[in-house]
Design a protein around this ligand. Sequence first.
Ligand SMILES: Cc1ncc(COP(=O)(O)O)c(C=O)c1O
Length: 433
Amino acid sequence: MCQNGWMHRRNFLASAASFVAFQNNSTARAQSAAAAVSGRSAEAVAQDEDFWFNVRHAFTIDRNIINLNNGGVSPAPKVVMDTEIRYLEMENMTPTYYMWRILDPGIETARRRLAQVFGCDPEEIAITRNASEALEIVQFGLDLKRGDEVVTTNQDYPRMLSTWQQREKRDGIVLKQITFQVPPPSLDYLAKRIEEAITPRTKVIHICQMTFRIGQIFPVRQICQMGRDRGIEVIVDGAHAFAQFPFKQADLDCDYFGTSLHKWLLAPIGTGMLYVKKSKIPQIWPMMGADDSLRHDIRKFEQIGTHPASQRNAITEAINFHESIGVERKAERFRYLRRRWANRLRDLPRVRILNNDDPRQSCAIGFVNVEGMDAVKLNAYLWSKHRIWTTAVVTPGEYEGLRITPNVYTTLEEIDTFADVMEKVIKAGSISG
Ligand SMILES: Cc1ncc(COP(=O)(O)O)c(C=O)c1O
């Protein structure tokens, strides 16, 4: 008994010590966890709870909430938060000196590292505050005239659609939003839906690499090629794709790509990135006026007045953390978690899982529709009774349901609790209590 007590205490002290180590140096922990599984396939590591245990302890999140809405915005690991806070304290000491002279040059390192992740020249990367800013730079920055047409989908991000609608009112352009079936019958079908909307007046195609509603991945390369063949600019909204699953700029062959970094890269809240192919930089107006000497310089998109350097400098640490896990392992883990709950629910009555399981079409974002059940009420019930935090998505006249987005710190117990509660509600046929 006494010996057992001592053992427990010793184990407790050992785990408490390693917990402190996780907190203080979570990138090193993630790296040593990665070293321990080196040589094993990402599919095998996806199911290795010892590996994900190390990753999980890099975060200081509220463990009493089952957070299945990481798609909105994600918490950063503690090492990234600490880095940001250190830079913030530093820049506040004498901002004109520490922020402008000491920290601002560090942004060039973040630019270089982001370019490595995306596989492009650093001179093609602008750091923005989020995906909205990145995409709107291109949406507002392209010269378009009255009658010019923009083709997009009704499942693109609402703010990006409002941006085009503002140009409709202001400049007389025409926005065409195509609809598409979910899950789509094939990737070719998606490309075809876009192609059918093209007319001689089409000047821009605006698509999501992964939609925010059900997480459908689009055939971006095919659509970029289609646009290039016809002299149409293609804007890729990569808010959900970047750092969620592996790909490079060359895989997309895109000219414009905007993303958040505070979603799947786990960078500080308030960071985003815009890629513009070098030859296209001069033709895009910056959203805020920039000196004409910067016409060919990607930094013209960063001329936004005084802003903190602390968040942007901490992007580099987020990239270190991301690479310590490895994007292939992240993607396989996300698919494993999605399949774990979806496979339990998919054969129950009135359930439709709206994701195509083909890895070219889905990854972390899962979507469940329960026919006849109000998604907003179901979402509220999961939260109020079970502290499960999801997102209700309603696409009027088409479908509704819950969007489920876990993260690298999500436990199997959390996924199983969600599946248990959903199973009960679905079998009961109504939301009770
Ligand atoms: C597809 C898509 N595009 C753009 C955005 C805007 O991202 P942000 O809020 O980082 O500007 C989001 C946000 O959820 C999104 O899902």
